[in-house]
Design a protein around this ligand. Structure first.
Ligand code: FDA
Length: 369
């Protein structure tokens, strides 16, 4: 008999949820992570009481009551509501596009006036039947003002390419809301764990054995011998030694700064929409938790080119990469003693609620619990 039933590679949210379910089903779990901390990308560094989201701002939101109840079982959540702002040349606009945004852009007060203004703006581009690129797509959907102030610069920085060279499908539709409501998410439930995300993950991992600073690929043979089965939540191309080639990502660089003032920008998330500003967002972490500290911590977020070895953040879901993924999926499907899951193994952008849901589904199928 082997020492463990499961070796879980990755102490991120997916691995932690699976480990929780396995431990609850009486299984012995060893969780390894190459980083020196648990939580994967939802990990927060605690700086004098402020939880700093190290790998990008994370706001839990879901429409799924079962998932909401599941996470609330481990930690309770505050009532944080995401209401980001967009800064364009020093003027602040509310997001998502709603009556506050339209009022600031055009001085319109009623939904009827706003709808008429958007139609007027769009009509200038009615001649574009089949948008050839993201710029044309956006102009046909919202017209010049919103595109130039709130979409163009931000999107170009995000993707590192002019909007005229980006595919139209990136923007399928633009959600306009004709109400004075700055709540970004439509979901019924949202918030930030009281005490931070680390508390949630610590709680999920209780009962599992943990080894940090352990790269699976540095000790694969040895680690595989310890458990009957492996759950792998790292990069799928790396798992197969890049045999079909590298899957592409867009990466991010974060610049954290502590400031000796109590309030820097009055909001957790401010997007910077002009191309002259090199970062796309500034996050002020204390506002996620209504912090009252006399100091603050901000993070500037810079999109960056991904080269192998960088942190993979956003998968590039174009045809070339999706075809590559299919080849890796064929290998995954033929694997007997290894399970795969999570954003890196699935090569997919998964919100946290989707991550929890897919991990629970896999656990249910595997553990029959
Ligand atoms: P995750 O990447 O978190 O964990 C994988 C773990 O495996 C890592 O700890 C890694 O070190 C480890 N690992 C990999 N290879 C290994 C190896 N060879 N050996 C050992 N360990 C290895 N969602 C949401 O709901 N609201 C939000 O606001 C946001 N915000 C957000 C911002 C940004 C910038 C991104 C990119 C993503 C979000 N998300 C989000 C999504 C969220 O981050 C995501 O759902 C979870 O982090 C996915 O958890 P995983 O466990 O799948 O991956």
């Amino acid at each position: 008999m082997k020492e463990y039933d499961y070796l879980v590679v990755g102490a991120g949210l997916f691995g932690a949820v699976f480990a929780r379910q396995a431990v609850d089903a009486g299984k012995r779990c060893l969780v390894v992570d190459k980083r020196n901390h648990i939580g994967g990308n939802i990990y927060c560094e605690v700086v004098d009481g402020i939880h700093v989201h190290q790998y990008g701002a994370h706001i839990f939101h879901t429409d799924n009551k079962e998932i909401w109840d599941y996470v609330n079982h481990f930690v309770s959540f505050n009532r944080y509501t995401n209401s980001p702002l967009a800064n364009y040349k020093g003027t602040l606009y509310n997001l998502p596009f709603n009556m506050n945004t339209f009022n600031k852009l055009w001085g319109v007060n009623t939904p009827q006036e706003a709808k008429a203004k958007i139609e007027e703006q769009r009509s200038e581009y009615a001649h574009i039947q089949t948008p050839a690129n993201l710029e044309e797509q956006a102009l046909t959907l919202c017209g010049k003002d919103i595109y130039q102030k709130l979409i163009k610069g931000y999107t170009e920085k995000q993707w590192g390419r002019p909007a005229t060279e980006l595919p139209a499908f990136i923007i399928k539709r633009l959600p306009f809301r004709f109400v004075y409501d700055n709540n970004y998410f439509n979901d019924e439930y949202q918030g930030i764990p009281k005490g931070g995300y680390n508390k949630l993950v610590e709680s999920l991992l209780e009962g599992a054995e943990l080894r940090l600073d352990t790269n699976y690929f540095s000790a694969r043979g040895e680690l595989d011998l310890l458990a009957d089965k492996v759950l792998f939540t790292g990069c799928i191309d790396e798992y197969y030694d890049f045999c079909f080639g590298h899957l592409e990502y867009r990466s991010l660089r974060f610049e954290h700064e502590r400031l000796e003032i109590d309030n820097y920008q009055g909001n957790a998330v401010v997007n910077y929409c002009e191309s002259g500003v090199p970062y796309t967002r500034v996050i002020e972490h204390k506002h996620f938790e209504f912090g009252k500290q006399p100091y603050t911590v901000i993070t500037r977020e810079y999109p960056s080119v991904f080269t192998p070895g960088d942190e993979p953040y956003y998968p590039v879901n174009d045809e070339k990469n999706m075809n590559l993924l299919k080849k890796y999926e064929e290998l995954m499907n033929g694997s007997l003693n290894t399970l795969f899951g999570g954003r890196l193994a699935q090569y997919a952008y998964l919100d946290m609620d989707d991550t929890v849901e897919t991990a629970l589904k896999l656990a249910k199928k595997e553990l029959k619990n």
